[in-house]
Design a protein around this ligand. Structure first.
Ligand SMILES: [Zn+2]
Ligand SMILES: [Zn+2]
Length: 534
């Protein structure tokens, strides 16, 4: 085999008159010369596969060159086995790892011919070509700057050396991240302790396109160096794509600038969009989703402001334990909804399904907390009467407890707005320096009141029907009415409605609640009818 192309992509002295030309010009000249010599019989365009550089699409020319490799082919089974010992989220991504290993036909080429990179600690004897490697205590060393300490070639005794000019492939060093972070290379007690504590690591989060590189080579290096897996869990994300499902790139012009988006909608809002991606699935960019993230953060702000504005300076959320409060049915219901959300969100996060966690929490926040609970209880704070003082205190405690829990779960998704609320309000009563240092909410079974779910459903049906009725009757939503009449066809409901009559009165802004067969406006529950008396 004769190699006629040098490393700069130009034809070398073996190519006679074409020497010095780049490949493209040389091809043109060769065709020209053949034409002059009348050696061309026909010319027609053909289609064929050409390997190109993925960035600039230049055709790739191959040259033979000596390279450094790490032996991996004979340990394939060990790496496949390692893949099975780790937990993959999502599970189907493991197939890509297995497929890559099974199809490997080369050992791992770790040398590159580039200007910058981590140098190989290697010299060659000028006399006999012997490879001289640096001893461990010589490291780190740049062989183009320093000579080997050994001084003489161990084979021929020569003392002139050529440095290795190759540098290492980027994966050669990035595959060390768990080892670097756990201070594996250091011998002192402190480092050893850290290594034993955090290695193997819990989680490797990364995108799908580097399973065969970053992930695989990290496994290779970790097993070769430590005999152990680098981590227990793997979480693979998809890509953020443009709105048509294409990869974003500056040259194609379909690139969305994060700076512009965060300036327009906030960093929390952009993060909200990204958090909506299912594990292992690509996510198209949609500005409306970012706008929704901004709406959500404003809603969180306002919901917490409602608590802050109504909390007196002497408010102390820990004066009473939440379980010692005199809770109404709606309070018990919102706590039940909260605890179910805490439990579900915790489970989703344990399996790294962050998008499902966010969706579940968002549903709870918008529907249960803002649209229902706050709507049920808000009128209590308009009512200045003395008898309401105790009730207000309880509500503030419940709102404090519920909102602290949900902003903690929102915190990984909307780190800025939640931290701002935490530092300016909650921290007065909490010991953690930052919401991001505070513990994740714990599920509390004693705050699940299944019995109160039905009562709150009835209350909400009555409240929603009364709103519609007010609109029909041209009654302002805030206008206090004399009486709400209720007819319940289901006998079980009568007791419940009696029990929650105070909450009904406050929620629908009525002076009295009374049962009456005259009630004729059907609620969403076909067994309950209401009427309003101005
Ligand atoms: Zn290129
Ligand atoms: Zn030698």
């Amino acid at each position: 085999t004769a190699i006629i192309i040098d490393r700069a992509g130009r034809l070398n002295e073996l190519s006679g008159d074409y020497a010095g030309l780049n490949v493209k010009d040389a091809k043109k000249n060769i065709v020209e010369d053949l034409r002059k010599m009348s050696l061309i019989k026909a010319e027609k365009p053909i289609g064929h596969n050409v390997g190109v550089h993925d960035r600039c699409m230049s055709p790739v020319e191959f040259i033979l060159a000596e390279q450094w490799f790490i032996k991996i082919l004979d340990a394939k089974n060990q790496f496949i086995d390692a893949g099975s010992q780790m937990t993959w989220h999502p599970e189907f991504m493991k197939a890509r790892y297995d497929e890559w290993i099974n199809n490997l036909k080369w050992d791992w080429n770790i040398s590159r011919q580039r200007f910058y990179g981590v140098p190989f600690p290697v010299w060659y004897c000028q006399e006999c070509g012997e490879v001289v490697t640096a001893s461990e205590n010589e490291l780190p060393v740049d062989p183009s700057v320093n000579l080997p300490r050994i001084g003489k070639c161990p084979k021929c005794g020569g003392n002139k050396f050529e440095p290795e000019t190759d540098v290492m492939d980027t994966w050669m060093t990035s595959s060390l991240t768990p080892l670097i972070n756990s201070l594996w290379a250091y011998e002192d007690a402190e480092s050893k302790k850290l290594y034993n504590t955090i290695y193997p690591m819990g989680l490797r989060p990364q995108a799908q396109e580097i399973i065969r590189t970053w992930l695989f080579y990290t496994v290779v290096k970790s097993i070769y160096h430590t005999g152990k897996l680098p981590f227990k869990d793997i979480m693979i994300s998809g890509w953020g794509l443009d709105k048509n499902g294409k990869k974003m790139s500056k040259s194609l012009g379909n690139f969305v600038s994060p700076e512009e988006i965060t300036a327009k909608y906030s960093a929390d809002a952009l993060r909200y969009w990204a958090s909506r991606a299912n594990l292992g699935q690509d996510l198209r960019f949609n500005e409306e989703d970012v706008a929704n993230g901004r709406r959500l953060s404003i809603k969180i702000w306002n919901a917490v402001r409602f608590l802050i504005t109504n909390a007196e300076p002497e408010f102390n959320p820990y004066e009473n334990n939440i379980t010692e409060l005199k809770l109404s049915r709606p309070d018990e219901w919102i706590l039940t909804e909260l605890e179910n959300t805490v439990k579900a969100c915790g489970n989703y996060m344990e399996s790294y399904d962050y998008s499902l966690c966010l969706r579940t929490l968002q549903d709870f926040f918008y529907n249960s907390y803002c649209d229902n609970y706050l709507e049920i209880i808000k009128n209590v704070f308009w009512d200045e009467s003395e008898e309401n003082t105790g009730r207000k205190k309880t509500l503030l405690n419940v709102m404090y407890f519920v909102s602290l829990n949900f902003i903690k779960i929102f915190a990984p998704f909307m780190p800025f707005i939640t931290e701002e609320l935490y530092l300016t309000f909650y921290k007065r009563y909490e010991k953690d320096e930052s919401i991001h240092l505070s513990p994740w909410p714990e599920f509390r079974k004693e705050l699940v009141f299944t019995d109160s779910v039905k009562a709150s459903e009835i209350l909400l049906n009555i409240l929603n029907a009364s709103r519609k009725l007010r609109t029909n009757l041209n009654l302002h939503q805030n206008h206090k009415i004399k009486k709400i009449l209720i007819k319940a066809l289901n006998a079980d409901y009568v007791g419940i409605i009696n029990e929650i009559s105070v909450d009904i009165r406050s929620a629908v802004r009525a002076e009295r609640v009374a049962f009456s067969d005259k009630a004729d406006f059907k609620t969403a529950d076909g067994d309950i009818f209401i009427s309003l008396e101005k």
